[in-house]
Design a protein. Structure first.
Length: 155
């Protein structure tokens, strides 16, 4: 059970994002990053695209974790979007994605970047948690799920 409030803020979350392609998604995520973390939107789009050319960050089950190193950051920053409709992402299972968790790290954040990537990956493999993310209709509800560290309903 992990609390993501150290890397994810309410300003870095969008619900029901309407995009038709990976390119549009990255452009919207760049804008979100600029607003939430004060980084250059074009640089974010460029870095996410560079990483994606190495291989898809769509890891299956309708989930993608695009990530990149961004100059000007002093800590790992997360962004999250649930999409209004799934899009093709060339994911490992060939299924379209509808949940996107972006990780942006300072260039020198090697270990911290990898630890954050592992945390997000573990969390996004929790089927109950992912179902809650898909059912959440607002950025506040999404943030509450990530910030609470909850994975299962109390019995």
């Amino acid at each position: 059970m992990e609390d993501f409030s150290d890397i994810l803020s309410p300003a870095g979350i969008v619900a029901g994002l309407a995009v038709a392609s990976k390119k549009q998604l990255f452009q919207q995520l760049g804008t979100l990053a600029a607003n939430a973390a004060g980084v250059d939107a074009k640089l974010v789009v460029e870095r996410l695209g560079e990483r994606e050319r190495l291989g898809s960050t769509g890891f299956g089950g309708g989930i993608a974790i695009p990530h990149g190193k961004i100059e000007g950051l002093d800590h790992v920053v997360g962004l999250f979007a649930n999409l209004a409709a799934p899009i093709d992402f060339a994911a490992i299972d060939a299924l379209p994605i509808d949940l996107v968790f972006v990780l942006l790290s300072p260039p020198e954040a090697g270990v911290d970047h990898l630890k954050a990537l592992a945390r997000v990956s573990r969390r996004m493999r929790d089927r109950e948690f992912v179902a809650k993310l898909r059912g959440a209709g607002s950025p506040d509800a999404l943030y509450a799920l990530f910030a609470s560290g909850e994975s299962r309903d109390a019995a």
